[in-house]
Design a protein around this ligand. Structure first.
Ligand SMILES: [Zn+2]
Length: 242
């Protein structure tokens, strides 16, 4: 399996790695800074640079059974006439599109804060370019949008630090109250589960995604439409104020 550098260090933008396999399913490396699509966050884009300087553009990153799959851009072949994928054992430098990833990290962390402000079960969520949304199982249609936006921006301005906290599978099983999304169970079976902690009691829940180091990095946000998606489903849309 691929060593997941982004789990320990969300700010790592590049790493040296070795090709493990390359084929129709993409390029698998022994280690990577590329986040694979999951938890509502899109997979990273970027490039793999070979030892001779040639670059392979990566258009998407997905999980796979053999490891994390770096997917070359459609039609992308190696420049300088080389259509072949790198051979196993080839050394590469893997570099993500940091500006894009950083926006995802900011919005992802912001969605944690939204969950901290809305006391309801989460039924879905998605992060996009400069925006994000969360669906809540909430029968009451009268969410106070202005109050929610003010509370969220106050949590951002307070610049609460974030930190990963690892617990054992047994500890996780004993704390079902920490799980906000019933449809997505935390990945158990590896012996330990990563929780994401924001501030002192702002938010604590299992999450393997990428986050900013403190909430001030999110910057001001605006709450867009609150949509009714079914009788009990409320969709809250967010975007960066800038
Ligand atoms: Zn998260």
């Amino acid at each position: 399996m691929t060593e997941e550098i982004f789990r320990e260090d969300g700010y790592a933008t590049a790493c040296a790695a070795t090709v493990v396999a390359a084929g129709p399913d993409g390029i698998i490396l022994d280690r990577t800074v590329f986040y694979p699509e999951g938890g509502g966050q899109p997979g990273d884009t970027g490039s793999l640079r070979l030892a001779d300087g040639r670059e392979i553009a990566i258009a998407d990153t997905q999980k796979g059974e053999a490891g994390i799959r770096h997917l070359p851009a459609a039609g992308a072949t190696l420049p300088a006439g080389g259509a072949a994928l790198p051979a196993p054992g080839a050394a590469v430098t893997a570099t993500i599109d940091w500006n894009r990833r950083y926006r995802f990290m900011r919005m992802h962390t912001c969605l944690h804060l939204l969950l901290a402000c809305v006391d309801a079960e989460v039924t879905g969520g998605q992060i996009g370019e400069g925006k994000g949304r969360v669906d809540f199982n909430l029968p009451d249609p009268t969410l106070d949008k202005a109050a929610l936006e003010a509370r969220l921006n106050a949590l951002i301005e307070a610049d609460h630090p974030t930190a990963p906290v690892w617990i054992t599978d047994e500890e996780m099983a004993a704390r079902p109250d920490l799980i906000r999304t019933m449809s997505v169970k935390p990945p158990m079976g590896a012996g330990r589960v990563r929780l994401m902690k924001i501030g002192d009691g702002v938010d604590l829940q299992p999450c393997g995604g990428t986050h900013v180091a403190s909430t001030g990095e999110i910057g001001p946000i605006v709450i867009g439409k609150i949509e009714n998606k079914g009788r009990q489903n409320r969709r809250i849309n967010l975007r960066f104020a800038d």
